[in-house]
Design a protein around this ligand. Structure first.
Ligand code: F6P
Length: 526
């Protein structure tokens, strides 16, 4: 058994060297790999590059990878101690080494009745179930009380993106007696100002979602919301302001009436499963929230148990490493062909780029290799009429991840078949290309894509889809040797913001760099 803390980094293994040699011989040189040729000579390719995971089927056959590279990547995962690292994550070890914390998101969806993967998790699991239950009961109370028409969820980053995406995705399943939920994230007051006039203070609940209860945007919006509440004659502010936080003392000192706690060991970008998911519980009820957790847990179990060659999060993470470090693709395009998943690219941007956008490994050594690609994208079919041109004929290759859903949740005839056809057609066109003597009309083809397919978009499949991505990001981060659970890079901007704001207020630009000082002066000109 390898020790997960002293595992080698991917570039320190024999498999890495073998992958480099294989790439040079079969992808960069010789007769470079071509998808059309690969399908022509391998009748089983479409079948054998398919993986069945809970709630998600993945077709990986249209990727620039052959069987040998796939086998070497699995070997790489073993040589890097990925299984040991995964088991440490699931057992609640301190995988977030720079902050001395575990990463508790899998524990949050661990069922109450099931035996835990490690004894030492008993107490923390009991506490997390307790606070989750408090949150779920509160949600039921709000719904059945019928006093609250509107809920304003104030939070940013991981305290916003998950619940926002879940409500967009599950909109058709919102319970008839659920209050309307609005999200406010941005420091930009235009967002909150546009919302407030439509609210009745007596019928509105403000939810302040902030793990740290120290995020400038959230505290600013919360303060403005309370000022508005009071100015509108709202009474009993504590009954109308609640907090979801790991700092209940700070929240109480601020003046909220009730606090629902999350553990410090839950990362912001993986906190949907905690009390941060209150908007989901308000809209979908206890059963809906439990279904979300159950879907994620099913994917956790798959990640924990499926053999590496058919382990979907592992295979996606390995493909990400293959693309980033051997093909040198700088980005990945996410194209969900479902209106309910239009927020998925934003959610995945935080999940992947905040987790793996790192330049040193967990031991602090500068990395000699690239890490997180740029994640970008938009819902199809809209995206086809915006940036797909570049995917087909641009000079840089960006692998595309299509996400489609077999069943629609609406009854409009024809739409869904056409939508699915669009997704399939784009994947096909990217691969096949089009030979034309007129260079403008020539499409080179051989452009890679992955196709993820859900039966239907419901709480369980959404849970599985998001957990799949969490573990995929863990896998690539584990191989790169980074700590996927910290985010020191975002702190510096926060510190500068305080200094610049003081300069904007006072006009004192001493100590600022010339460019900032110049803009501060311009902004202060009447
Ligand atoms: O600035 C980044 C970040 O710390 C994210 O990691 C986090 O999800 C977000 O800010 C919000 O943090 P909080 O929930 O503590 O307000």
């Amino acid at each position: 058994m390898m020790d997960w803390q002293t595992r080698p980094r991917c570039d320190e293994t024999p498999a890495w060297q073998a992958l480099g040699a294989h790439f040079a011989a079969h992808f960069a040189g010789g007769q470079p790999f071509d998808l059309r040729a690969a399908f022509a000579k391998d009748a089983r390719r479409a079948h054998d590059f398919g993986i069945e995971a809970p709630h998600v089927f993945a077709d990986l056959s249209r990727n620039l990878i052959d069987r040998q590279a796939r086998a070497l990547l699995v070997q790489l995962a073993r040589e890097c101690g990925l299984p040991e690292h995964r088991d440490a994550l699931l057992a609640g070890a301190q995988v977030n080494s720079t902050e001395g914390q575990p990463a508790l998101h899998p524990l949050l969806r661990w069922p109450a009745q099931r035996q835990l993967p490690a004894e030492n998790l008993n107490e923390i699991h009991r506490l997390s179930l307790f606070s989750l239950d408090e949150m779920l009961s509160f949600a039921e109370q709000i719904r059945s009380g019928r006093q609250i028409n509107d809920v304003v969820h104030i939070g940013i980053g991981g305290s916003d993106l998950g619940p926002r995406l879940a409500l967009e995705a599950l909109a058709p399943a919102v319970l008839p007696d659920a209050p309307r939920v609005h999200f406010v994230a941005n420091m930009d007051g235009h967002e909150l100002a546009a919302l407030l006039p439509g609210l009745n203070p007596r019928r509105t609940l403000f939810v302040i979602a902030s793990k740290s209860f120290g995020t400038a945007e959230t505290l600013r919006n919360a303060a403005s919301a309370r000022a508005w509440f009071e100015a509108q004659g709202g009474v009993d502010a504590p009954a109308h302001f609640v907090a979801l936080t790991a700092r209940p003392q700070a929240a109480r000192a601020w003046g909220v009436g009730r606090c629902f706690a999350l553990d410090d060991g839950v990362g912001g970008r993986t906190s949907l499963w905690s009390v941060i998911g209150l908007p989901v519980a308000l809209s979908m009820g206890r059963a809906g929230f439990q279904a979300l957790l159950a879907g994620a847990h099913a994917m956790d179990q798959h990640f924990a148990q499926a053999p590496l060659p058919v382990n979907l999060p592992v295979q996606l993470g390995l493909l990400d490493v293959w693309y980033r470090n051997f093909h040198r693709f700088a980005s990945r395009c996410v194209a969900p062909y479902h209106h309910g998943l239009r927020g998925l690219p934003f959610y995945l941007q935080q999940l992947e780029m905040e987790s793996n956008g790192k330049r040193v490994d967990a031991r602090g050594r500068a990395l000699p290799l690239d890490t997180a690609p740029v994640i970008w994208g938009a819902a199809g079919s809209n995206a086809q009429h915006a940036f797909f041109q570049m995917l087909h004929q641009g000079t840089q290759v960006a692998p595309v991840e299509f996400i489609a859903v077999r069943e629609a949740a609406h009854a409009l005839p024809g739409h869904h078949r056409s939508l699915l056809a669009s997704a399939l057609a784009q994947a096909r066109a990217l691969m096949l290309g089009h030979a034309d003597e007129n260079g403008h009309r020539h499409l080179p083809g051989n452009r890679p894509s992955t196709f993820l397919l859900l039966e239907r978009l419901d709480a369980a499949s959404l849970g599985a889809l998001l957990a799949l991505h969490e573990h995929r990001v863990f896998t690539s981060g584990s191989l790169w040797g980074v700590n996927s659970f910290d985010q020191w890079g975002v702190e510096l901007g926060k510190r500068h913001a305080g200094v610049v704001e003081a300069a904007l207020e006072s006009g004192q630009t001493g100590g600022l760099d010339a460019a900032t000082a110049n803009l501060v002066r311009r902004l202060r000109e009447a």
